[in-house]
Design a protein around this ligand. Structure first.
Ligand code: ADE
Length: 321
């Protein structure tokens, strides 16, 4: 079932306009497994020649997988058909085509050859690169600037991502970070995600787990109001962006609010209301932690808007040189 609200957010005929035949797609190696489908490196035949692309395949045509496909496709179309959108400078993964045939359903997008930011951060940690410099001196901060720009693009279109996290940021060959994985995205007018209580206590989603078809919520990235009411806004994306900064500062550690047991949705919301926040990572500067903490302010309007975050982080990048 197409999400009617989202379908209305894009101009009619979007599926046809972006549609291509699977005959133009030559599939190669599997490069990732998500909750709703595999991502396969592929070649796409275009009028300008063949290009390497990433094709996200929908696992099944029913239930959450297919809904997620339509959500993601419609959001990417809305972004790319926006007249202010600039493909070359965008920090949102570029949509190239959609395949919607009876047995083959793919979202075809630009190929980001350096893979996801989370893996990149964790590789750096494993290589034991001395993480001697405090965070502003860390080149990964540039990626945060890029994602702050992606949030501005979404804000202009009144769209929310709903799952801003290092696992959903891709890095291109020329080291540009792009926000991807819009399967949870929605427009701000349909902010309430209806999730039953039994689903609300589950472990946060991991890109590599096999939670086929379940709406598993990334609890530890979620704002207090999203945990309580299922409401998502641009300012709840800003909260998650603060957690992304924390992931960068820890080189890809898993955000946890103390203890080994994952609290339920309600428990976590109560903890956050009491003022508990993720701790300052060992190598993180006070200035950087202040930015994170501002993203986690209890009241959404008091959190910085994406362009203020971009300016602040850019200043921090420049003072490091
Ligand atoms: N993994 C998931 N999406 C990808 C993409 N667009 N490029 C490369 N790897 C990916």
């Amino acid at each position: 079932q197409v999400e009617s609200d989202l379908a209305q957010a894009v101009r009619p005929g979007w599926l046809r306009r972006w549609g291509t035949t699977s005959r133009h797609l030559t599939l190669g190696q599997l490069v990732g497994m998500g909750r709703f489908g595999h991502v396969i490196r592929a070649r796409l035949k275009t009028s300008a020649g063949d290009v390497t692309v990433a094709a996200k395949e929908v696992r099944t045509r029913d239930g959450p997988c297919y809904r997620s496909f339509f959500r993601e496709a419609a959001i990417l179309v809305a972004v790319h058909e926006d007249r202010h959108h600039d493909n070359l400078r965008s920090n949102i993964i570029q949509l190239l085509a959609l395949v919607n045939e009876s047995t083959k359903t793919y979202i075809v997008m630009e190929y980001a050859s350096k893979g996801c930011l989370l893996r990149l951060l964790q590789q750096k940690r494993r290589q034991n690169r001395p993480h001697a410099q405090p965070l502003p001196y860390n080149s990964n901060l540039r990626y945060a600037v890029h994602i702050a720009r992606a949030l501005q693009e979404l804000q202009r279109l009144a769209l929310t991502h709903g799952d801003v996290a290092a696992r959903n940021v891709l890095i291109t060959a020329d080291n540009v970070a792009k926000l991807a994985d819009f399967g949870q995205a929605r427009d701000v007018y349909t902010t309430v995600q209806h999730v039953s209580n039994d689903k609300r206590g589950k472990e946060p989603a991991d890109r590599d787990t096999n939670n086929v078809g379940h709406e598993v919520l990334p609890l530890n990235w979620m704002s207090v109001e999203s945990l309580e009411t299922g409401e998502y806004t641009c300012q709840s994306d800003v909260w998650s962006f603060g957690v992304l900064l924390w992931e960068i500062a820890t080189l890809g550690r898993e955000p946890r609010y103390g203890g080994n047991n994952q609290p339920t949705c309600h428990q976590l919301a109560r903890t956050l209301r009491r003022g508990v926040r993720l701790r300052r990572p060992p190598d993180c500067s006070g200035e950087m932690y202040d930015v994170m903490m501002s993203c986690w302010r209890e009241s959404p309007p008091e959190r910085p808007v994406p362009n203020v975050l971009e300016t602040k982080l850019m200043q921090m990048c420049h003072t490091m040189i």
